[in-house]
Design a protein around this ligand. Structure first.
Ligand SMILES: C[S@@+](CC[C@H](N)C(=O)[O-])C[C@H]1O[C@@H](n2cnc3c(N)ncnc32)[C@H](O)[C@@H]1O
Length: 251
């Protein structure tokens, strides 16, 4: 259902300037220094901060990285420019989004490819790390994705994942990681950080939806964006949905 909604929204609304499709992240520690960004990255700061927080505890410099579900490529571009990997491949199921990325990003070491998370078009042990942000919840078969992750990661490689689940969904997820041979190095519920980010980013998201979505898509787009006042926001707020950031390591 979620995957279908996403496809409908993206095909009916003109969000052509967006580089990210996630809820965003903000630190709740008042002493935390603001992430230094180029002027051109400021517009979607909160979405970019979700990428930064998800990958920041692993050294990516000089590494070969795959992102599964790279969307509009903003995270791939950010990590390539700020973390200096050797190579970064963004993969997405949507051919339209891959076309968008290939047209809009031209950075040494960065490439985009069409493909399915459940059947990755790469040789065994091709990558040092896999990034996966707000994408895994829409896969038909999470076990297949995780076995593909295990196959294409080098020994000791990382899966850096951020996404939301119910409490029971997260218990299942932990078991799925274990069964796939991925050790949990860190698990954190960052739902409060996500909600704060959607609050701080409210005006930009609200204006964007009001200006770019056709009338009949506005309320669905607000729901998808988890704006304050939507059912989705409430589910995060009352604990029915949690938002997780995982660092996993191939055993
Ligand atoms: C909510 S968007 C997040 C995009 C990006 N990670 C971001 O944070 O901006 C989810 C993305 O996952 C992609 N996706 C969904 N199912 C997929 C699959 N089976 N294989 C690869 N990509 C998939 C969608 O096309 C979409 O671009």
């Amino acid at each position: 259902m979620w995957r279908f909604m996403h496809r409908v929204i993206m095909s009916r609304c003109d969000f052509s300037n967006l580089k990210f499709l996630n809820y965003g992240y903000v630190s709740l520690d008042p002493k935390c220094e603001l992430l230094k960004l180029d002027e051109s990255d400021e517009l979607e700061r909160y979405c970019l901060q979700l990428y930064n927080y998800t990958v920041s505890d692993v050294n990516l410099k000089g590494k070969d990285i795959l992102e599964v579900g790279s969307g509009r490529g903003g995270g791939a571009s950010y990590i390539t420019r700020y973390y200096e990997p050797n190579s970064y491949v963004g993969l997405d199921l949507s051919k339209k989004l891959i076309r968008f990325c290939n047209k809009n990003y031209n950075l040494p070491g960065l490439s985009f490819i069409h493909g399915n998370a459940e059947k990755l078009p790469f040789d065994d042990m091709s990558f040092d790390a896999i990034v996966n942000i707000e994408s895994s919840g829409s896969y038909s078969n999470m076990d297949k994705f995780l076995s593909e992750v295990y196959r294409v990661l080098r020994p000791g490689g990382y899966l850096l994942l951020a996404d939301f689940r119910t409490i029971q969904g997260n218990e299942l997820l932990r078991n799925q990681f274990k069964a796939a041979g991925l050790n949990i190095i860190n698990e954190e519920n960052i739902v409060k950080n996500i909600l704060k980010a959607t609050d701080l980013d409210y005006e930009r998201r609200f204006k964007l939806i009001n200006n770019k979505a056709p009338l009949y898509m506005k309320s669905l787009s607000k729901e998808f964006s988890s704006l304050k006042g939507t059912k989705r926001y409430e589910l995060f707020d009352d604990g029915s949905l949690i938002y997780l950031r995982y660092i996993l390591k191939k055993s």
